[in-house]
Design a protein around this ligand. Structure first.
Ligand code: AMP
Ligand code: TRP
Length: 346
């Protein structure tokens, strides 16, 4: 599975951005800095679709009583972070049939060996790999279908999604080759670079910040109060040293490196500028400054998020409109896919 140097070789269609988040719990600072802030920037320069990937969520059991409200919550977080439905399409994955249909076609293109190499599956399945759902195994194939049902060319995601994007390109390329249609699908390019692509747990600088970490103190949720944010940063693991004056000294201090990276991403400063500001200070000074900055940045978002959650009708309207628009983009692409594959009636 070679990474493609020239992603858009042969592809002549328009540039389009696609990304998604699973409705499986409150969003955290990693989601915000790794993905949401990029969504907000990209909507000004590109046609964008931002999906709530509920079909991905059900690869592990989801309580049917909660799934719809969890979906609404992610939509509300997109809106609260500044995604504008006048500029970008926001919709739930399960409302647009192209996802499941193309995922099936791609199940027949992707190779078992490719999926067996997916590290996220290995992490999620752990020792249980015989007992998890078939859907969890095929999850990255559905992800490729999400992107390619819209012929999206660019995908803003955090670092952890890099391997899934490589798989999407391999599927696109094999489809183009197998059916003799060079350039039919673009080879989607991940947009990962930039500050915040990999925010780590506040309790363990070697693990990524994650919704599924059992310790709530490991992450800052977008819905945390100012007090909780301050407390979590105060408790964040660091060491007895001071803030150093250069990044080289952080090579084996992952927790400190992470906090400096979070400060940089939230403030728009470079890591080195953050160090220049705090070098020689203890964490008794740095952590409260970081907490104040995080509260300043996140409070307006959590206020708006709660306003949207109080007005579910408004969010539902955005989702229904978005689903209609997404359907209109994917329908002609799916008609072409059926033709290329030679199905009856196509
Ligand atoms: P998920 O919560 O797994 O649905 O992820 C939604 C988006 O947030 C994806 O683009 C992830 O790559 C991104 N993301 C999740 N966790 C982190 C993290 N700790 N640091 C940076 N980005 C993240
Ligand atoms: N797998 C992604 C995650 O866990 C979510 C996702 C599903 C996605 N489909 C996508 C991201 C398509 C980008 C594009 O974060």
């Amino acid at each position: 599975m070679d990474a493609q140097e020239n992603y858009q070789e042969n592809y002549q269609g328009p540039q389009r951005v696609f990304s998604g988040m699973q409705p499986t719990g409150a969003l955290h600072l990693g989601n915000y800095l790794g993905a949401l802030t990029k969504f907000v920037d990209l909507q000004n320069t590109h046609e964008c679709l931002f999906c709530i990937v509920d079909l991905h969520a059900v690869t592990v059991f989801q309580d049917p009583k909660l799934l719809a409200s969890q979906t609404r919550e992610i939509a509300a977080a997109y809106l609260a972070a500044g995604v504008d439905p006048a500029k970008a399409i926001i919709y739930p994955q399960s409302q647009v049939a192209a996802h499941t249909e193309l995922a099936w076609f791609f199940n027949c293109i992707a190779r078992v060996g490719w999926l067996s190499r997916m590290t996220q599956f290995k992490d999620k399945a752990g020792k249980n790999s015989e007992r998890v759902s078939v859907g969890l195994y095929a999850y990255p194939v559905l992800q490729a279908a999400d992107i390619l049902a819209f012929k999206a060319t660019h995908v803003p995601v955090g670092e952890d999604q890099k391997q899934h994007l490589e798989l999407s390109r391999d599927i696109a390329q094999k489809f183009n080759n197998d059916f003799g249609v060079p350039g039919f699908f673009p080879l989607p390019e991940p947009l990962i670079k930039g500050p915040g692509a990999r925010i780590m747990s506040l309790r363990d600088g070697t693990k990524k910040m994650s919704k599924s970490d059992p310790s709530d103190n490991s992450r800052i949720n977008l819905t945390d109060t100012a007090d909780m944010i301050a407390k979590k940063f105060r408790k964040a693991r660091t060491d007895a040293g001071m803030v150093p004056d250069n990044m080289d000294e952080l090579a084996d201090r992952p927790e400190v490196k992470n906090l400096v990276g979070i400060y940089a991403a939230l403030s728009g400063l470079k890591d080195q500028q953050v160090l220049a500001q705090f070098a020689g200070q203890g964490f008794g000074v740095f952590k409260p400054a970081l907490a104040d900055l995080a509260v300043d940045k996140l409070r307006p978002i959590s206020t708006r998020l709660n306003d949207y959650l109080d007005n579910p009708g408004e969010v539902d309207k955005v989702l229904a409109d978005g689903a209609q628009k997404a359907h209109e983009i994917s329908a002609p692409i799916m008609a072409d896919v059926r033709k290329v594959m030679g199905f009856w009636g196509a």
